[in-house]
Write a protein that binds this ligand. Sequence first.
Ligand code: ZN
Length: 414
Amino acid sequence: MTTIPSENAKVLQADWLVVQGDTLVAGGGLGIREGRVQAVLEGEGSARRLAERWGVPLQRLGASILAPGWVNAHAHLELSHLAGRITARGGFPEWVSRLLVAKERTPASQWPRSIEWGVTRLLQSGTTFVADIDSVGASTRDLGALPIRSRAYRESLDVHRPERTAQAIAGLSALPPAHPLRGVGLAPHAGFSVSPALLAVLGRKAREWGLPVTQHWSETSEEVRWMLWGDGPLAGWLGPSPQRSGLDLLQDCGLLGPQTSLVHGNHPQTGEPERLARAGTTLVHCPGSHRYFDRAPFPLQAFLQAGVKVALGTDSWASNADLHMGREVALLRQSHPSIDAVRAWSMGTEFGALAVGMGGSIGRLQPGCFADAAAYSASGHSQADVLEWLTTQAPMASQLWIGGRAAPLIGIDA
Ligand SMILES: [Zn+2]
């Protein structure tokens, strides 16, 4: 029998193991090796036997639920220092104006600290992956030093002004070096802020570099109006309207497909949910941000009935009361009582994995998946209410593992 070096092997066992939404194991455990789940264990006996075979101690978590970490499919960690400082009063355009002023006043030394604050809160809430939008370069540079798996999507925009297109393209000149915990991607900001010329370049780069893409889409009715007809309140500060839908523009550039996630989708036009489903494009909904702006009810059923996979994200702390994925899932269930615990769980985990190009690697604890897991202190739960509790009570994690390594929950520097 091969002896496994103990620093690379771990056996965990808890009162409940959540492998994925529809697979729970009472008293189950995980055999973890080289950062990945090697075995799902059916009870304490099999966990003990594997620990003996590997020559490692069995880590009994006791009255706990061991589950895949949440997958946050949309965040702007660089804005975490603006928590509670930018009011939504007056609506989205006013919020954007205040945000731009606040960003202008932010010293460069603040960005890495903001990312660290955001990551700390995500880890505490049991989140093991974050898809982060990087508009200032800090996330691409600094996220890899933090103990969370991530993808930093570089943001590009030119607000449909040709004089800004070349500058946006120049910002894409090189890819950051590979990192074991950090992926990269491209983020053409939104249809109303990225010209067809810039989008075409981003589409070519995404193909050339093999990168996933994410874009804000159909967030406000003003945006849809300007995109299709060129009028409304956005007309004053943007260049010429393409007079086409965001989905048409993405399709022209080969970006309407499974490699792309779209964020928000609050105002889909007739047939657009079906179009996303056919393309295999994931939609990311941000319940806390939706509430922050007091938006009209999110048309979740239209997307689900069309067969679209809907993932969840926190958006930024400048437009949300918290960066807590369990809270996002709980808010989703409050706003959409017809969504059951299994579907809500999948939206917060494996559908997020699909959105960020990590399907089958994260969001589940099956053999072969990264061992990205959270434990929650809990006792007395039955099979029927484990997921109910996790998706309605927004518990804080008691322990966390990223790639099988324990991650700190209080202060990144600890
Ligand atoms: Zn966003």
